[in-house]
Design a protein around this ligand. Structure first.
Ligand code: AGP
Length: 618
């Protein structure tokens, strides 16, 4: 997620803005920039790629940018490579270096329909210097400001009516020195007002050193900020009063949005991560893979798929294998990247290699990508970091829009990857003629219902928290399931191992009697994943075999399978959706189970021992 800050008052703005951005660094970023105005002089804009210290050095800690009114930004790239040109602030002038631009602004969020708006603005004489959606939004405000000549709030409101997506925007207008304008939809934005000074930020940590009393702007509201004053407006341009909220959090808690750990915050961010990812892939009821440069002809030519990844990303591949093979009737092989890179690779004609990676920097996955490319095989990367090595080197890229993931144990990126592969499989099945229009539309409808169903699943955590505390001293935990439930078990087991340090294994339920069941003894926890109704009874039988040896049974199923409660010692139910997508809902209770077990044991949830967020070495 990007971070935005703003200040207008009677002190030098630049140093305050840099301080504010430093408090937002936890949000992850690849570039930063400032726009500062000294009285009525043209607004100065300075940007720097890389860490914030580069911008601090470039502006001599803000000393080279005099003025008491300004905005700042740290960029987490979603549209456009992470580079100087795409860094914010962006301006309404056609040339990035032009001084005295009418509108200067910074943005956190995603403008989904930026491409169509860009075409409209090009027809109206605008030229674009960057590849960002933000530049389009700012030029659109400028367009309305010049066309209707009513004022900033009017122009902003017209922009809000026209764009689709999420935004927290901070803007400065040449005709309004000393003032900052803001607008919000879905992306966070808070305003702080003290004696003679007004502050704006994406998040509370950037304001806490100045004030604990803040205004939270609501969706489709805008603001006009002057030194020591804030005025808020609704979409009609009428002034509205907002309640003042007193923040009790400290800075560290504020960076976690009031959550105790980044992991629990990111678990709760999954509906938004999946929503943003699906919105980038599905338009007007159709999956659109053109952003990855994958044409229908290229999809139709796929004869087999080789998925390569590590860890949780590999678990996504395991789930995708079942979904793609079932929907598309295309053979899929899933391989650990660390194995793929060293084995004899038999990639026949028509093979597509898909590399899945949150960081886009995992050494084994990058090496596997290079090995595939060396064989002349087309490669598709599914990654969460724009401009990462895997993203840059793959032939095609589909970005997950989960935002930066701080906790070592992945959750929202995993879910965003799953939704990306679901959409890919649905489109491939359609192109391959394996899916009629009615079934296609039904699958798309279920895909788009996932964020709401995930949000509903997130509400059911208290029972799991209670259960986790009771079983935090378990010695062994087995996750068993068949088909997609087995893929789900792989991820549930890794989550548990990673952050609670309890030995855990995931097993194809039918495999237990081939050896592992000898480990089951009195009190062993067996978690049976039962979301796939066509094999539910089979897995129940396997669970019964475990109970006969003294196991404690947990059943995890869709809410239509209430019979599970009649034999499991502890049952968890999630909302129903298409069987192919049930894993996206059932993983949430397993994430909670691992999280609360780790918390019960007093462990470092966000930074588990021995682990790194991205394994960039072999
Ligand atoms: C998952 O919780 C772990 N952090 C780990 O297994 C991770 O999924 C794996 O290292 C792959 O990382 P990547 O997605 O960045 O390539």
């Amino acid at each position: 997620m990007c971070g935005i800050v703003g200040f207008t008052g009677h002190r030098a703005a630049a140093p305050l803005l840099l301080d504010g951005l430093s408090m937002l660094e936890y949000r992850g970023y690849d570039s930063a920039g400032l726009a500062v105005r000294d009285g009525t002089a043209p607004t100065a804009v300075v940007k720097a790629t890389g860490k914030l210290k580069n911008l601090i050095e470039k502006t001599d800690a803000g000393k080279t940018m005099p003025g008491c009114c300004g905005i700042g930004h740290t960029r987490w790239a979603t549209h456009g490579e992470p580079n100087q040109t795409n860094a914010h602030p962006h301006i309404s002038a056609n040339d990035m270096d032009e001084m005295g631009s009418e509108v200067v602004g910074v943005h956190n969020g995603i403008i989904e329909n930026y491409a169509e708006i860009k075409q409209k603005l090009l027809k109206n004489g605008y030229r674009f210097y960057s590849g960002t959606d933000t530049e389009v939004a700012i030029k659109l405000v400028d367009y309305y400001y010049r066309k209707y000549k009513i004022g900033p709030i009017d122009a902003i409101n017209r922009m809000m009516v026209r764009v689709r997506g999420s935004y927290a925007l901070a803007l400065m207008f040449r005709d309004y020195p000393g003032e900052i304008y803001a607008a919000r939809k879905d992306s966070p934005l808070v305003i702080g007002v003290t004696e003679g000074e007004t502050f704006l930020a994406s998040d509370v940590p950037a304001l806490l050193q100045h004030t604990r009393d803040v205004y939270y702007i609501d969706n489709h509201q805008s603001a006009r900020l002057l030194p020591g004053e804030a005025h808020f407006f609704d979409l009609n341009g009428d002034e509205v009063q907002l309640p003042l909220t007193h923040v009790t959090w400290n800075a560290e808690a504020a960076q976690k949005g009031g959550y105790k750990h980044f992991m629990i915050k990111e678990i709760h961010e999954q509906p938004r991560a999946v929503q943003d990812t699906l919105n980038s892939l599905i338009r007007d009821g159709r999956v659109d893979l053109s952003a990855a440069g994958l044409s229908h002809d290229q999809l139709a030519a796929i004869q087999s798929i080789q998925i390569v990844a590590c860890g949780s990303a590999w678990h996504v591949g395991m789930a995708a294998q079942y979904v793609i093979e079932d929907l598309c009737e295309v053979p899929v092989r899933v391989e650990l990247a660390s194995e793929f890179r060293y084995r004899k690779r038999l990639l026949g004609p028509g093979t597509l290699v898909i590399v899945i990676s949150q960081s886009g920097e995992t050494a084994d996955s990058l090496a596997a990508l290079r090995a595939a490319k060396a064989m002349g095989v087309p490669t598709l990367a599914v990654v969460n970091v724009v401009g990462s090595s895997i993203a840059r080197e793959a032939d095609h890229v589909l970005y997950t829009l989960a935002g930066p993931e701080i906790a070592v144990a992945t959750t929202k990126a995993y879910s965003a990857q799953l939704s990306t592969l679901y959409a890919f499989a649905t489109e491939l099945a359609s192109v391959k003629g394996k899916l009629g229009e009615e079934k296609y539309a039904a699958l798309i409808g279920e895909l788009l219902s996932l964020p709401d169903k995930m949000a509903k699943t997130l509400q059911n955590k208290e029972r799991i928290q209670w259960f986790a505390a009771r079983h935090a001293n378990a010695r062994d935990i087995f996750f068993i399931g068949r088909g997609l439930d087995y893929a789900l078990c792989l991820e549930g087991s890794l989550k548990m191992k990673e952050i609670s340090y309890i030995h855990s294994e995931a097993y194809a339920a039918g495999e237990l009697k081939h050896g592992t069941i000898s480990l089951v003894e009195n009190g062993t926890l067996i978690i049976g994943a039962l979301t796939q109704k066509d094999v539910l009874e089979k897995t129940v039988s396997n669970m019964a075999e475990c109970r006969a040896r003294g196991a404690y049974l947990i059943g995890l199923a869709g809410e239509d399978s209430r019979e599970v409660a009649s034999f499991a010692d502890f049952s968890i139910f999630v909302p129903e959706t298409d069987p192919h997508f049930m894993g996206s809902l059932a993983i949430i209770p397993l994430q909670f189970l691992a999280y609360y077990t780790s918390v019960s044991k007093g462990l470092d949830v966000d930074k588990p021992r021995n682990l790194a967020k991205s394994v960039t070495v072999e």
